[in-house]
Design a protein around this ligand. Sequence first.
Ligand code: PAF
Length: 287
Amino acid sequence: MKIIKTIAAVKKETRKLKGKTFGFVPTMGCLHQGHLSLMEQSLRENDVTVVSIFVNPTQFAPNEDLDSYPRDLKKDEKSLKELGVDILFFPDVKEIYPGGYSTYVQVEELYKVLCGKSRPTHFRGVTTVVLKLFNIVAPDNAYFGSKDAQQAVIIKKMALDLNLDVTIKALPIVRDTDGLALSSRNTYLSGPQREAALCLPKALRKAEELIAAGLEDAAQIKTEIVKELQQSKLVEIDYVEIVSLNSLKTYERSEGTMDIDVNNTLVAAAVKLGKTRLIDNFILGEI
Ligand code: PAF
């Protein structure tokens, strides 16, 4: 595996391999099986797989965990080598945002809802860095986890709106054996918080079962999820939202009903345990 720190060297390396298909997995490191599943898919579908590790400062608000965000480069390098990843791009902050940097990309409307309500500058940082990384790596396919469903929807819209020559693939959430969605931020949780966090996948699983059994009213589904999340005193609800998958618009009551489209719906929740914010969801349809 080649480890590359500069944009010029990545461009040189990838252009040298012109004619081959490129898969790209952007990450912020501290890799877990969720990330690795994206890389495995890329390795199956492309000639060359590029992974980036870059803890992107522009997607963190000043009060967020940029400095404490978990980093473990040695372990990540080992996992990537074992998997057979071809290129690791590991730039420093000045390489991506040199002094005087001033250009940002924002997908309007979609950034404001769900996680965007409590993190209003987050998706602007994500789309900016992802577009820059796409321009640097020039991938044919790029892989994102569905745990960050809003992120995947926004990036897909950016690729469509800006006519990018990259196919965005959103792969299923990978969960721990107890059901908690894998996340680098799970490492922040204390034992009791980790235990309490399980009400998140449990609430969503219950909602999924109710929908499978025929419940389609968005308000009722939301009530069931909230009820389940309120079981734990350690859990503070940030949001529970049921939205149309690609527009991220909430269902409005019309003619007495508020029925979801069972082929195009995102059921998403975010909770806080102490300072740690966790998200989870399930998707009816495809991003
Ligand atoms: O999902 C992430 O880890 C980040 O948001 C991403 C896509 C690597 C951009 O920094």
